[in-house]
Design a protein around this ligand. Structure first.
Ligand SMILES: C/C=C/C(=O)SCCNC(=O)CCNC(=O)[C@H](O)C(C)(C)COP(=O)(O)OP(=O)(O)OC[C@H]1O[C@@H](n2cnc3c(N)ncnc32)[C@H](O)[C@@H]1OP(=O)(O)O
Length: 255
């Protein structure tokens, strides 16, 4: 199973990305499973905190590029958009544990989690421009707000990878741990949350997020319009073909 869902007796729902052979690249089916798990968690009183994690080698290599080419998300009910809506509107606290690579949505989904813990060897990247695409998950709004414009622009315009220390400095990550410690630490934090009064956490999260909720939803909609068009454009096709052909893309052929 590419996504493993586990309920613990302490009230933690764990969503584990489990496609190590593809570095946890996320397919439509995986987004759908995660969106459904988040929806179910919302209505399940036994779930008091949510933990999202990948493996030691990869948190996630982002959207599956073959899926992008074969079935680009065009409609509003596309699984990726359902997942983003669910994670951005979740009322229950979400903790993330990041080890290995976190690429594209593997990094932007973290902007919607409440507590993010990462291994000190984790690597992050937002390679949208390198793929002929634009930011998603409201990262064009949230990253400049979190990290300041210069750092956000560097990451989103150049699309180069950055290390865990920089992700921590930018505010994407709460705390760095060793690769061996990060999952257990993140889980323990989720257990702590699960033991607190759910109503208090719900109201606290709502108060912190209420002002930005509408803006986030609107920005995601705006990003999707551009993203959907760009995904079908020749620049993105060239970038994705180049990835699978293990060569550098040639963008000089486009204006
Ligand atoms: C709405 C959301 C938008 C987005 O998320 S946009 C971002 C999309 N993601 C990417 O562009 C990342 C593409 N992948 C990479 O750049 C690299 O991979 C990594 C840096 C993540 C890891 O590099 P390395 O450690 O050298 O591994 P490897 O040999 O490239 O990958 C192992 C296997 O995994 C497949 N794979 C990796 N990422 C993806 C992906 N995103 N979509 C589909 N397949 C992927 C490869 O092809 C290969 O497979 P095989 O062993 O069969 O050759």
């Amino acid at each position: 199973m590419d996504i493993v869902i586990e309920h613990s007796a302490q009230g933690v729902l764990t969503i584990a990305l489990n496609r190590p052979e593809k570095k946890n690249a996320i397919t439509s089916a995986m987004y759908q499973t995660m969106a459904d798990a988040l929806a179910d968690a919302q209505g399940d009183a036994a779930v008091r905190a949510i933990l999202i994690r990948g493996g030691q080698d990869a948190f996630s290599a982002g959207n599956d590029l073959e899926d992008f080419m074969k079935s680009p998300p065009t409609s509003e009910d596309a699984p990726v958009l359902q997942f983003l809506k669910r994670i951005s509107e979740a009322e229950k606290p979400i903790v993330a544990s990041v080890a290995g690579v976190a690429v594209g949505i593997g990094t932007t989904l973290l902007l919607h989690c409440d507590l993010v813990y990462a291994s000190d060897s984790a690597m992050f990247s937002l390679p949208f421009s390198q793929l002929g695409l634009c930011p998603e998950a409201a990262s064009s709004l949230l990253l400049p707000r979190l990290a300041g414009y210069p750092l956000a622009a560097e990451k989103l315009l150049l699309g180069e990878a950055f290390d865990a220390r920089e992700a921590h400095r930018m505010g994407i990550v709460n705390r760095l741990l060793t690769a061996g410690e990060v999952d257990a630490f993140a889980y323990a934090q989720a257990v702590k949350l699960a033991a607190l009064p759910a109503s208090s956490l719900r109201v606290t999260k709502m108060l912190m997020k209420r002002a930005s909720g509408q803006e986030i939803a609107e920005r995601m909609k705006e990003e999707v319009v551009h993203f959907g068009k760009m995904l079908l454009a020749p620049e993105a096709r060239e970038a994705m073909m180049a990835f699978f052909q293990k060569r550098k893309p040639d963008f000089r052929q486009f204006d």
